[in-house]
Design a binder for this molecule. Structure first.
Ligand code: PHE
Length: 341
């Protein structure tokens, strides 16, 4: 019996349980009511009385050892179950979604404007953001003392000769007219700069898309029809347009372009200030002086031009009430445009 106890002792000592069922087989063998130790206690009856006490102490010792080992095994198994790396992988769980980026709202608007005009034969042209006086002002028929040339509007980089950050992308159109012969149908999107205080409505850096069409017999009716086509495509098929007389040095006649308020359906709201109309840009027939400056004969060719602010149109379209949101890079703002493209 003594030998048996010794053998069991070393078995208990060396027992390892990495899984719950190994722990359970330990419990059945050494702890349960039908364990080998219980059997040995039963066998005590057959031990001669002089040795019974000694054997009893031995068996008690064995029983305690088994119980201690059992507690130890439970603790170490629990610890390894807590450890994630050994936790079983649940293949039925749905995967973690990829977070895809989205286009910036200004890029979305620019893309849509270009697509609409590309469908009627306009191409896209780009030019430098740092411009000379000729392309930004003089070729565009700005008078020598025009207020837009003054320091409060233009960020000058150098004086004599004047080099400045372009105040509009009409400068790109001058570059196109100098290089290409009519017919010209082009759009010039891009960043422009004006020395204005940053507020809810205005920024010193913003974006424009300007358009230019020059050919024989281009009329004001063509301009009007093109603007109506754009307004319907961009803001919805029920949109109406209105042209209000205005002034730009490079167009004659000139007009401000309004669209019917698509937010209130012209019933009157905060956005249209109860007028039923919202302004989206300027337009007009290219001034003959501009054509001449670019060596295009105004006796043969006529053309129209238009320009609009991408920020303004985006703010109207998505009812964004602060222009500064576009440049703050707040991910909560940008994420809202995920579903739009
Ligand atoms: N260049 C003008 C602006 O920046 C917009 C415009 C372009 C107006 C073409 C008429 C024709 O405000």
């Amino acid at each position: 019996m003594k030998q048996k106890v010794e053998a069991l002792k070393s078995e208990i000592l060396n027992f390892k349980a990495n899984k719950n069922d190994e722990l359970e087989s330990f419990r059945l063998k050494f702890i349960s009511r039908k364990s080998v130790i219980t059997e040995l206690f039963a066998d005590l009856k057959s031990v001669i009385p002089e040795k019974r006490k000694e054997m009893g102490l031995l068996l008690n010792d064995l029983k305690n050892q088994a119980q201690d080992k059992f507690n130890e095994l439970i603790a170490s198994l629990e610890k390894s179950n807590d450890d994630q790396s050994s936790a079983p992988i649940d293949l039925t769980l749905p995967p973690i979604q990829d977070t895809l980026g989205s286009l910036h709202p200004l890029s979305i608007t620019k893309k849509r404007i270009l697509e609409i005009f590309e469908r009627i034969g306009f191409n896209v042209s780009y030019g430098p953001e740092i411009e000379d006086d000729w392309h930004n002002f003089t070729a565009l028929n700005f008078a020598e003392n025009h207020p837009a040339r003054e320091m409060q509007d233009t960020f000058f980089i150098e004086k004599d000769p004047d080099i400045a950050l372009r105040t509009h992308t009409s400068s790109v159109q001058v570059r196109v007219m100098e290089k290409q012969r009519p017919p010209i149908r082009t759009l010039s999107p891009g960043r422009v700069f004006r020395n204005e205080a940053i507020s809810v409505r205005a920024h010193c850096i913003f974006h424009q898309v300007e358009g230019l069409y020059i050919d024989k017999n281009v009329s004001f009716a063509d301009l009007k029809q093109t603007m109506l086509y754009f307004a319907k495509e961009f803001f919805g098929k029920d949109t109406k347009i209105r042209l209000r007389p205005s002034y730009f040095p490079f167009t004659e006649p000139s007009a401000e372009l309004d669209i019917s308020c698509f937010i209130c359906g012209q019933k009157g709201c905060k956005i249209c200030k109860n007028t039923g109309w919202v302004e989206i840009g300027g337009c007009g027939m290219v001034d003959p002086n501009v054509l001449e400056n670019c060596k295009i004969d105004p006796e043969i060719y006529t053309g129209f031009a238009f320009g609009m602010g991408i920020e303004r149109i985006t703010m109207l379209k998505y009812q964004i009430n602060d222009i500064r949101l576009f440049t703050e890079n707040d991910i909560r703002f940008l994420r809202q445009f995920k579903s739009v493209n």
